[in-house]
Design a protein around this ligand. Sequence first.
Ligand code: AOF
Ligand code: ZN
Length: 447
Amino acid sequence: MPTPHADYLYSMLVYQKWQAIETKAALACKMLTLPPKIMDNSRETYPVVSLANDTQENGLILPSPVESNSLDQQKLGSDFDRAMMQRCLTLARRALGRTSPNPLVGAVVVKNGEIVGEGFHPRAGEPHAEVFALKAAGVGASSIEENRARGSTVYVNLEPCNHHGRTPPCSEALIAAGVAKVVVGIVDPNPLVGGRGIARLRAAGVEVVVGVEAEACYQINEAFIHRILHKRPLGIFKYAMTLDGKIATTSGHSAWVTNQDARSEVHQIRAGCDAIIVGGNTVRKDNPYLTTHQVGTHNPLRVVMSRQLNLPEDAHLWDTREAPTLVLTEPGSSPDFQNFLRQQGVEVIELASLTPESVMTHLYDRGFCSVLWECGGTLAACAIAQGAVQKVLAFIAPKIIGGSHAPTPVDDLGFTVMTEALTLERVRWRVVGSDCLVEGYLPQKNS
Ligand code: AOF
Ligand code: ZN
């Protein structure tokens, strides 16, 4: 392996800081007494920006840009630079849920303080964001005068690639277009890129600034980064409970714990994920749809884990017109029901051993970046214990239902004393309608 590029190491340090974890990368950076070249000395002022019309299909713009004010680092770039990077993120979000295994990337070409081209990466196999943005700026047009990218500044939330993958290197496309400067959000953690795109641009005389709106750039691609670094999709455990910690009544009734605003938020969260997992119990008790309930948005693959396949024939999940369904089971389980499911258009796969771990491995192999666990307490405990969950989204409704046997979000983890509790990190909370959303990350076992 070649020595990691300084930008890559520094970027990893910022990433780990964002995660509040000290890892080898962070230590390596300290030992090398970085940071190096990420300071942006340019403090140009720009005239009013005119936003060019969208050049790609109009997609849905989902949640507003992430605030990037919690890193205790100096904010890089001018206000204009940060606004352009946020514009990249807004563009990138148009492909929300559709790009895996690739990241969400947006790019903006600016000439004389005006946006002259924009683009985003629509899905794996298609050109990268920079290529769309350069094209929109007139690169490749019949007359050379139409190339407004020459001498421009290109903003992009992820380092331009420098490898021949499904598509040719963006670094070369930027150099060929004659851009003067590239402002990068974060270094690409993909070892195929990992600083080489930046190095290639600099070697060709292009000025490169790295780290503008870095935290927001990590946030938007946290699942992609997790996939690359851990070779597994990011597992997100989402649940809704009452103030007294119940996800249903003693009889199992759960419609609804939270109000409409929180449920709409869940639909948006689903749109950003590649798969949603439930167990057989949830299918039997709740008969969920697990869709985004929004026309035109991406619906993740709905995954049911069931060893016995003792599932109802009339479940909503077997209707695959709106969204696909995958049933994961073990070898030889109920061939008749397997046939029935396949006739409905449901994919059925037998895994040698059906565990959260083997399921995450399977979903990684399918190219997924993010997986939403919307299961009940038994499967949730198993998924947490096996390291299949990294992030927790807990919706809490100000209701009390009581019941010593009413189900709770997580069943037995085998802990006996409070010091064993899993304490979430990077915890944030906010009010959603009349409910509250607490989000955080489980402590990582061995990073
Ligand atoms: C960019 N801009 O818009 C994206 C990048 O198989 P390929 O050719 O599509 O390459 C995929 C890798 O390229 C992906 O894992 C990530 O490292 C990078 N994605 N890079 O400059 C983009 N989508
Ligand atoms: Zn690229």
